[in-house]
Structures are given as structure tokens and as C-alpha cells.
Design a protein around this ligand. Structure first.
Ligand code: MN
Length: 257
């Protein structure tokens, strides 16, 4: 049997499951909130054009209003100043948008410490059990944070000292960017960096190192608990916004049962 026929047979027969890792897009979808003096993105919104009425008797359609970095979305290299000469979101090669993915689960640690940071040693511990990170694949960081995604305040988890959400240490971000074989990192939080990453050196190390290395980010993922530690295939195609820095993305995972 050809490989594609085998894939279709698996989908039809139920031995391959399609898991949706995407948060729904709505006005209530949590978005990043930067402090002054920085500019912010808008919430997702719909403006009705017509709905089977005088404005269009047989059809329903809307205009959408969104930022590039709203909900489950893709960060392109050009999003960060370190990647300013890199790919915009329309230039990411399609071949890279279908890739293996592994899940590093740190939910227990995040339960005790919302500011938990993934370190290189945690990845090494994971590799000792599951094998090396996948060449050209995604490291998906499972933190349990998706359970908060229906509430902006709980999701951003900010107090007077700023947001408290899990992420990646400076050393681990540099290692993932410069030494690991992955094409990017996917997270359940509002951005790939930890809530406190504004205070790191460099600030926002995931953005700074990974996008600077021509790698990518995926954010606000959910259902990572339905993926195996290794073996999933992720399809994550952003909209080809010409010159864009990112895009909302429907992220699907193929999982062999
Ligand atoms: Mn982003």
C-alpha cells in the first residue's frame, strides 16, 4: 500500500486520530497585555456583513478583526528584532509546517510553581527516557496552563509584579535555538516566553534566541494531554500574510492509537 493510502486507511479505520490543539477564536480569547508605554493588539472580533437579510438575502458572512498574535498562533522569525532579516510568516516553507512533535510534560512542577522554567537538564532527563528531540520537529511544552484559557485573568495570572506563567530559562532557550534539532517550541501560554521573561537577560529569551535562529513558535495550544510523549505528527499552517510577523493557526496533531 502507498504511504498516503495507508494514512487514509488509518484515518478511516480509526488507528490514526486527529487531535485539535487549537483554542477557539472569539472576543473572549485571551490576548497578551503589555504594560505602558508599549502598544497592544486588539481582541478577536467579528463584524457581520449580512445574515440572510436585506444586506445579503441568501448568505451569511463576517469581517474578522484580529491581531497576528491572537489565540493559537504561529510566531515567524521576523516577529523579533533578532530575526528581522529572517522569514516573514508567508515565507515559511510548507514542508516545515508538517513535522514530528514531542511533548515534555512539566504539569506537576507548574502546579507547585506558576513561574516554573524549563531547563536544559529537564530536557536531558526527558531524552534519557524518550530519546533525542526530533530533527525538524516541535518541542511541545505541556504545563496544564490550557485549563485556564477560558478566563483572561487566570490565563495571564498577573499581579503587581507582572504576569506569572511558566516558560523556558535563558540557557534552555539558547540551547533549543543553537544546539537542538527542533524547528521550534509550542506552548499552552499566551506567548512562548515565561510571564516573568521581561526581566530576564536577554529579555524574552525564547523569542530572542529561537526567532533569531530562524526557528518558530506556537502558542495557546490545548489538548497536549491527548498526545503521546513521542510519535505525533503536527500540522501547523499559518495564513500566508505577506510581510506578516505571525498568524492565527489551526494546529492539528495526527496520533497513532
Ligand atoms: Mn506571538
Amino acid at each position: 500500500m502507498s504511504v498516503l493510502k495507508a494514512l487514509l486507511a488509518g484515518l478511516t479505520g480509526g488507528t490514526i486520530e486527529v487531535v485539535d490543539l487549537t483554542a477557539p477564536l472569539a472576543a473572549s480569547t485571551p490576548i497578551l497585555q503589555l504594560p505602558p508605554p508599549f502598544a497592544n493588539t486588539i481582541p478577536f472580533g467579528l463584524t457581520e456583513i449580512s445574515r440572510y437579510d436585506d444586506r445579503g438575502p441568501a448568505w451569511y458572512w463576517n469581517d474578522i478583526h484580529t491581531g497576528e498574535h491572537t489565540g493559537t498562533h504561529f510566531d515567524a522569525p521576523v516577529h523579533w528584532v533578532t530575526g528581522r532579516d529572517g522569514e516573514d510568516v508567508s515565507q515559511v516553507p510548507p514542508r516545515k509546517l508538517v513535522a514530528p512533535a514531542v511533548v515534555v510534560d512539566v504539569t506537576d512542577r507548574v502546579g507547585e510553581d506558576p513561574d516554573f522554567l524549563l531547563e536544559v537538564e529537564h530536557i536531558r532527563e526527558w531524552e534519557a527516557v524518550h530519546g533525542p528531540l526530533p530533527e525538524g520537529g516541535w518541542l511541545l511544552l505541556r504545563t496544564g496552563w490550557d485549563a485556564r484559557s477560558s478566563d483572561q485573568a487566570e490565563f495571564l495570572n498577573a499581579d503587581e509584579t507582572g504576569p506569572h506563567t511558566p516558560g523556558v530559562s535563558v540557557a534552555a532557550a539558547k540551547w533549543l535555538a543553537e544546539e537542538s534539532p527542533v524547528i521550534g517550541i509550542g506552548v499552552e501560554t499566551v506567548g512562548t516566553d515565561a510571564g516573568a521573561a521581561h526581566s530576564f537577560d536577554p529579555a524574552f529569551p525564547c523569542h530572542s534566541y529561537l526567532l533569531g535562529a530562524g526557528k518558530y513558535g506556537l502558542t495557546q495550544l490545548r489538548n497536549l494531554d491527548r498526545l503521546p510523549a513521542t510519535g505525533a505528527v503536527v500540522i501547523a499552517p499559518p495564513l500566508p500574510i505577506a510581510g506578516g510577523s505571525g498568524s492565527p493557526v489551526r494546529v492539528l496533531a495526527l496520533v497513532e492509537k
